[in-house]
Design a protein around this ligand. Structure first.
Ligand code: HEM
Length: 231
């Protein structure tokens, strides 16, 4: 007897930004704040560009040594939280569903709309192409800043990794450029969050519920047709 197994689609309602994601997002924001403020303190002690010093009011740590201690403290939070976020994004399929795919044509169209002030953010559940690019970009820059940070911190232990970048000064420069990219991202990101307050509220409360196809389950087998039974 041949059997057909009717499939049942199981849909589970969940919040747009589930609690673990919100916790990781805000822990990350705190870690980035500590890393940037303390990083600027360390930078001021041995500048890369003679014309650039960060004002004392914006740095964390009274002296470079305190800045370093803050930097290492923030580093552990950033790395542990970042690994949790990457694992969560991959395992739950969030990265695949929310940040991919990105097509250059969509990015150009979204930028054009933004320049004509036609960009709407009515549907919080879907990221537009520019958001996807910025989020994926900042995740990749986050990974690069951690890798270069490790090379600066332990150049002997990570000598093979450091060798890929060239000299110590080049690693410092890449680390600095990653920091600049993250600062640029945060300025745009926070401005947009303030311009669209419902997106900020959603990142605090979880936002609207969204349907999520969880699984396709096989129900009990039933005969397909009486003519197909074996003699
Ligand atoms: C106080 C500072 C921050 C505020 C107010 C803020 C606000 C928000 C809001 C409202 C969203 C949801 C966006 C939407 O629905 O359109 C979001 C998502 C996101 N934010 Fe932030 N954010 C902050 C800091 C940061 C920092 C420092 C980073 C990384 C360097 C970051 C990375 C991200 C990423 C990657 C997402 C997408 C998360 C996902 O859907 O998986 N944010 N943020």
């Amino acid at each position: 007897m041949s059997t057909a197994t009717p499939k049942t689609t199981v849909r589970k309602e969940k919040l747009l930004h589930p609690l673990p994601l919100r916790i990781m997002h805000w822990v990350n924001a705190l870690a980035i704040f500590i890393m940037i403020g303390s990083g600027w303190r360390i930078y001021n002690d041995d500048v890369i560009f003679g014309w650039l010093h960060f004002p004392d009011a914006l740095v964390i740590g009274k002296w470079a040594q305190y800045g370093l201690q803050w930097h290492f403290f923030g580093m552990w939070i950033l790395v542990i939280n970042g690994l949790c976020y990457l694992t969560y994004g991959i395992v739950t399929g969030r990265f695949r569903h929310k940040l991919l795919p990105i097509s250059p044509r969509d990015v150009i169209a979204t930028v054009r709309d933004a320049l004509h002030f036609r960009l709407s953010h009515d549907d919080l559940t879907v990221y537009n192409a520019v958001q996807k690019t910025l989020y994926l970009g900042v995740i990749l820059v986050g990974i690069l800043i951690v890798i270069t940070g490790l090379c600066l911190w332990k150049p002997i232990q990570f000598s093979e990794l450091a060798g890929l970048f060239g000299s110590f000064q080049i690693i410092r420069l890449i680390h600095f450029l990653c920091m600049s990219a993250i600062v640029g991202f945060v300025l745009v990101h926070v401005s947009l969050a303030l311009l669209v307050p419902q997106s900020l509220l959603a990142m605090l409360t979880g936002g609207p519920t969204v349907g999520d196809v969880l699984a396709v389950e096989a129900a009990a087998p039933v005969p397909e047709s009486p003519t197909e039974t074996t003699p």
